[in-house]
Design a protein around this ligand. Structure first.
Ligand code: SAM
Length: 293
């Protein structure tokens, strides 16, 4: 005989957004619920302990992160089956969005348990709203790959105008230290786009650097390259194809050959700035060095 609990007995999973830098952004509903759950699943229990201390509550906590999410699912389902109220938070912002949790939520939904959302901070939306760029349509892509070569292909596949040909804004997450490299790459890949680097949102040093990629690059100070950032890229026309960009690289290599630049550091810097793989630049270097000048 089926032992499925009635709707009244069922447990529930609450997906709870938390601040991205300003504790004042925790909603009253989220604060109340953090103190009421039977179990709180945290991306990092030590990180969430600071938030819980601020609220003044001490729910039982367990970790749920990228490496144990799959294992946690069965246990959470059993708890929900038994009628528990389980909360899910990440280190900052909305769980599941470039954070753990989506696999668990899918399993809980599929099992027919109650799921509720407590909306709140989401860095991409917060940055977009304050950027002044076209807000609708927008696309959220999460983290860009770290390696310049992969990132070039990744950006090329994503940075498009809207399907109707109008402008569309793309939100990309990037650790602060990678901001200068990504902006430099956009200088070559998509020099015409409108770019906003939205930094340290809701924190003391919140700031926005706006302009075409070359202008943003010129304005970025080393301090601004630290901390957390969302890049917002408004694309109004298809970006230049890879083929049409090659001559730019060729021209720079030809000039470096003429001036006798030191090959290794030059190609390293050119690769960092353009996102073109170093071995490809090396191949062009050899070819151009052989050509009569
Ligand atoms: N789930 C989170 C959300 O709702 O936005 C995102 C978590 S993801 C692991 C962390 C990335 O989000 C950072 O590398 C940065 O790109 C972005 N981010 C988080 N907090 C931010 C802030 N205060 N200002 C700017 N970007 C932030």
């Amino acid at each position: 005989m089926s032992s499925a609990p009635s709707a009244g007995q069922r447990g529930r999973l609450s997906v709870i957004a938390t601040p991205i830098g300003n504790l004042g952004d925790l909603t009253p509903r989220a604060a109340e619920l953090l103190g009421a759950v039977d179990l709180l699943l945290c991306e990092d229990t030590r990180h969430t302990a600071r938030l819980l201390a601020h609220v003044g509550v001490r729910p039982p906590c367990q970790s749920l992160h990228a490496h144990n999410e799959a294992e946690r699912v069965a246990d959470v389902l059993a708890r929900l089956e038994a009628g528990s109220h389980v909360g899910l938070v990440s280190d900052a912002g909305t769980p599941c969005l470039s954070d753990p949790g989506a696999r668990l939520v899918d399993a809980v939904q599929a099992a027919g348990h109650r799921v509720e959302t407590l909306p709140g901070p989401f860095a991409a939306a917060a940055g977009l709203a304050a950027s002044g760029l076209t807000p609708v349509p927008f696309a959220f892509w999460g983290f860009a790959p770290k390696s310049a070569g992969q990132r070039e292909r990744w950006l090329e596949a994503r940075l498009t105008p809207a399907p109707d040909g109008g402008p569309m804004t793309h939100a990309v997450y990037v650790p602060g230290r990678d901001v200068p490299g990504l902006v430099a790459q956009l200088e070559t890949l998509a020099p015409e786009v409108r770019l906003v680097v939205a930094r340290e949102l809701t924190k003391l040093h919140e700031g926005y650097v706006r302009g075409a990629p070359a202008a943003v690059s010129a304005q970025l100070t080393p301090e601004q390259a630290r901390g957390e950032a969302v890049l917002l890229v408004e694309v109004s026309a298809p970006i230049p194809s890879a083929a049409s960009r090659v001559p730019d690289v060729d021209a720079e290599i030809a000039q470096a050959l003429q001036t006798g630049a030191d090959r290794k550091p030059f190609l390293r810097e050119l690769s960092r700035r353009t996102g073109v793989a170093r071995r490809e630049l090396y191949r062009r270097w050899l070819e151009l060095a052989d050509e009569p000048r």
